[in-house]
Design a binder for this molecule. Sequence first.
Ligand code: ADP
Ligand code: ADP
Length: 542
Amino acid sequence: SCGICVNKCPFDAIEIINLPQELTDEPVHRYGENAFALYGLPSPAEGQVTGILGPNGIGKTTAVRILADEMQPNLGRYGEEPNWDEILDEYRGTALQEYLEQMRDGDVTVARKPQYVDRIPDQFDGKARQLLDQTDERGDLDYLIERTGIGPVVDNHIDDLSGGELQRVALVATLARDADFYFLDEITPYLDIGQRMTAARLIRELAEDEDRSMLVVEHDLAILDLLADNINVAYGTPGAFGIITPPKSTKKGINEYLSGYLENENMRVRQTEIEFEEHAPRTASAGDVVIEYPELQKSYGDGEFSLDVEAGTIRESEVLGVVGPNGIGKSTFAKMLAGRLEPTAGKIDTSLDIAYKPQYIEIDQPMRVDAFLASITDDFGSSYWNTEIAQPLQLESVMEQQLTDLSGGERQRVAIAACLSKDADLYLLDEPSAHLDVEQRVMATSAIRRYAENHDATAMVIDHDIYMIDLLADRLLVFDGEPAKNGHAAPPQGMREGMNEFLQNLDITFRRDERTSRPRINKPDSQLDREQKNAGEYYYAP
Ligand code: ADP
Ligand code: ADP
């Protein structure tokens, strides 16, 4: 810069690029000397869904805890407890003033959905119905149970619920409350696309019809796009400091975030842009066949659930995306490929080595991360392993931690690393996106892709994040049927046909954002939606 300007070149002569630096103003909160500091707070508003978008460790939960009245902000003066008058002085004239006044007066009631639903069974002992009954403050419980489809499991013990069932029980328990403010920390992990869309609609309904304030943290951008009225972007240096921007329109917020550059703030938050290919879905790779499986059939018990798989082939160096609703037999198929489950009919050549990352990660031995990974591969610590696995999965910072102390996103990255570190012909990853932030999803995606290419191996990735599947997959394996009753898998097909088949089952179409080419869900029955359905182009519309 020429030194005249501070933030923006008045002559528009050059683009000034600021990398995030810690601000010199007072933070909202600092945890201790040289500890994490948060600047700025999101402003929830009545009748609106406000989103927070940013990496893990940037202070989103800290902001939510402050607004949920779980902790009082210290304005950077740790050790001291500033009183409410001082805090209010800071926010006089801002959108938050009224909210904070209500909070001071004890007039704010808050309902909050926790991020890690897997932990609910440790905190509650009983049937799902007992947990839900305590929350029925608006008389909407039965409606919410019906809409989310958890009716068949509400009389089950909490311990026996799957992750996707727990996620929906937690959502219902939160939305059933009669609160002024609802905070929802990640709604999509373990849910399929249909369930994600239902969750988004229920949250919007409560905001719009009942004039409530909703604040959501969400990393599935297609869903955040659908869900939020506006977005506060969070940036900074994870673990050190975080800055929360004033609200932006949802579209602008997501686009700027993907581009890595925040316009109003004149701030580059990432060196590279996250780009979506506009037209051509990747053409199927022409590698050698790794596995050829015949028609397969599997039923459980007395045929309560049965799965039919059409014969197919999987090729070397390709990433095969696997999509379909929950409870349709995707994991069953994966387990048959991995030789962990015998098909009822048909036979699989199990001479293949398969490395498997399950959806629910159970790595809780009392062991350090480095020791755990070193026990899996002799390559641990080699420069090759560091470049291919440790760096893209951002493992350096967690190497010395105990497996049991890891956050959800950290466990996920360690589990992906453990899977890729094995010597195998086929890497099977079930929902690698769960609990990862947007950057981590993109980096994990490229790590998985590169790994498959460089090892002449194949990766099969089951995921419900449509952006991740779009960035990741060469071909698609589409499952359909009736969840918990019967499932059917078509042979692997090209991305265009595969997306069309999959989205036709869901009855949703995507358009492309004109600036970034990112896929956006069309409004049902909008002109584009109807045109694309008529043309049979559900995803890669010309
Ligand atoms: P996010 O929700 O964006 O992942 P958090 O608000 O949970 O981020 O955490 C932001 C940072 O604050 C992290 O580096 C975390 O380690 C730190 N932090 C969170 N709680 C405390 C605490 N009670 N004391 C000290 N540091 C904390
Ligand atoms: P997805 O991976 O698509 O969510 P799954 O393959 O896990 O689906 O399960 C398909 C159906 O089979 C579900 O209804 C599930 O409850 C049932 N199921 C899975 N494993 C078993 C089992 N070991 N015994 C009986 N039923 C099972």
